[in-house]
Design a binder for this molecule. Structure first.
Ligand code: ZN
Length: 246
């Protein structure tokens, strides 16, 4: 997997980014969703006119419809696109937050390559091996099954690296910050390779389904639980952009 070029990002958002699928994925939750992009924080690939803002998180909250969002994304040609899990009312007050879990292979302690600290030492910080991916995929299935005991409306998304599990139950939106921190801590304690600050809510942005993850040139896609076991981002056409022959 490799970085996408600016030209490839442009091609993806022109030809492939499917606003209908984005709309279906949000359903009635689409109301007042804020989007965000980061142009080149990790890749250092950016349109010259945005050199000053290559690391900035740019919020997109003024738009007519999703096609307008797409056009604004195309203006920045970002490495990553996100949405804000906070729910706002019409006065822009925060009413709650979608609960989510981010399982990332970088948090897995690999039997061969060790943990993140050891990988950093060898300069392999953000890379991950097949074994680590398989571990995180199994964890996603187990975490989903655990969450099913408490919640009814769950979504799994291939994030381009690992997996996100989203909880759409009404009561999950209403959880207090304290409760979120507890859930994050206990999930981590059970051995799941999650980023705690996503679940705890300190980081409110999460990768936008059907957008391009330009660090790995993969499309972020929702998956059914039943597909998870055999999902392979190297060969699954749904997550391979056309510019790679997908
Ligand atoms: Zn490994």
């Amino acid at each position: 997997m490799r970085y996408s070029t600016l030209e490839e990002r442009k091609r993806f958002y022109t030809e492939e980014f499917d606003t209908k699928k984005v709309s279906d994925w949000f359903g009635r939750r689409i109301d007042r969703v804020k989007f965000a992009v980061i142009i080149g924080r990790h890749t250092k690939i950016f349109p010259e006119k945005y050199r000053e803002d290559l690391e900035t998180t740019i919020i997109i909250d003024g738009y007519r419809d999703l096609n307008d969002v797409r056009e604004q994304i195309m203006e920045f040609l970002p490495e990553s696109a996100y949405y804000d899990r906070n729910v706002y009312n019409k006065n822009d007050c925060r009413m709650g937050q979608e609960l989510a879990f981010d399982l990332d292979p970088e948090n897995v302690i690999c039997p061969i390559h060790g943990g993140l600290a050891e990988k950093m030492e060898r300069g392999q910080g953000l890379s991950f091996c097949n074994l680590e991916f398989n571990i995180v995929r199994d964890q996603a299935a187990r975490l989903y099954e655990n969450l099913e005991k408490e919640f009814c409306q769950l979504g799994i998304v291939y994030s381009g690296r690992g997996f996100h599990i989203h909880v759409f139950d009404e009561e999950a939106y209403e959880l207090s910050e304290k409760k979120r921190r507890q859930i994050a801590r206990s999930t981590k304690k059970k051995g799941f390779a999650i980023d705690e600050w996503i679940t705890a809510g300190e980081m409110r942005l999460i990768r936008l389904p059907f957008s391009l993850h330009s660090l790995v040139s993969r499309i972020v896609i929702p998956l059914d639980k039943i597909e998870l076991e055999h999902f392979d981002p190297v060969s699954d056409e749904r997550c391979i952009p056309k510019f790679l022959g997908g």
